[in-house]
Write a protein that binds this ligand. Structure first.
Ligand code: NAP
Length: 246
């Protein structure tokens, strides 16, 4: 395929987990993909390698999304290399669990710096640069609906993203740009599995009526829908992709 006719997608935090699956899926669907990562250079290169081996086009690009200068540099690079941007997937995120009474300042600050400010940094760049017909896909979480003890600070970051999603959709009126959020339930990645016993993982997996954990590919399929032609009439929405857990 001629590179100039391909749409360009940035996927933040695409070195592992859901982001890596989204990058590969969008590449398979014909997008040129920018595989952003913070620290996992080798893993990001491996994702690019897999995409290229399957006939797709991708580059890796380091940027800590919580740092506005690094995000600006990322968008400048995409502009220079590919001439524009069509899809932004704000997947990069971190989780920390703590009851409100025990919350550490550094955990609160890191959650908001990466999950909220990180997405704001990229949305701000995309708001002025994304091409007509573009798509912005933010990442919330089904914890905004589940509201279990211990999840308050993480859920608060995702609630902020849900509110922002609708506001930005309205701010971009007239440019045929959609802004949506995807809200996965428990999904088998490091973020979900780290620190949990096999028994707890099994119990959480059974909570949804579909009685299993989500896979990164399940979530990538929903993102691909929002990024592709079939998702064009969905705007300002939160799509919970969670097997029916909430
Ligand atoms: P993950 O496996 O821990 O992967 C996180 C990714 O984000 C990595 O590629 C990591 O890159 C990147 N990242 C972290 N901090 C970053 C930063 N400051 N700048 C740029 N990239 C950064 O997480 P995941 O489970 O795939 O989660 C992806 C998204 O889904 C997150 O927004 C998460 O909140 C959301 N989510 C996940 C679940 C779940 O059950 N897994 C459920 C609901 C929502 P490096 O390795 O380079 O640091």
């Amino acid at each position: 395929m001629n590179q100039n006719t391909q749409k360009v997608a940035i996927v933040t935090g695409a070195s592992r987990g859901i982001g890596a699956a989204v990058a590969k899926r969008l590449a398979r669907n014909g997008f040129t993909v920018v595989v952003n990562y913070a620290g996992s250079a080798k893993a990001a290169e491996a994702v690019v390698g897999e995409i290229e081996a399957a006939g797709g086009t991708a580059i890796s690009a380091q940027a800590d999304v919580s740092k506005s200068a690094e995000v600006r540099r990322l968008f400048d690079t995409v502009q220079e290399v590919y001439g524009g941007l069509d899809v932004l997937v704000n997947n990069a995120g971190v989780m920390a669990l703590a009851n409100v009474a025990d919350l550490k300042d550094e955990d609160f600050d890191r959650l908001f710096a990466i999950n909220v400010k990180g997405s704001y940094n990229t949305m701000r760049e995309a708001a002025t640069r994304i091409r007509e017909g573009g798509r912005i896909i933010n990442f919330s979480s089904s914890v905004v609906g589940l509201l279990q003890p211990g999840y308050a600070p993480y859920a608060a970051t995702k609630a902020a993203i849900e509110a922002t999603t609708m506001v930005l959709a309205r701010e971009l009126r007239g440019r045929r740009v959609t802004v949506n959020a995807i809200a996965p339930g428990p999904t088998a990645t490091d973020l979900f599995l780290d620190g949990k016993s096999p028994e707890l993982v099994d119990r959480l997996a059974k909570l949804a009526p579909l009685e299993r954990l989500g896979t990164p590919d399940d979530i990538a399929a929903a993102v691909a829908f929002l990024a592709g032609a079939d998702g064009g009439w969905v705007n300002g929405q939160v799509l919970r992709a969670n097997g029916g857990i909430v």
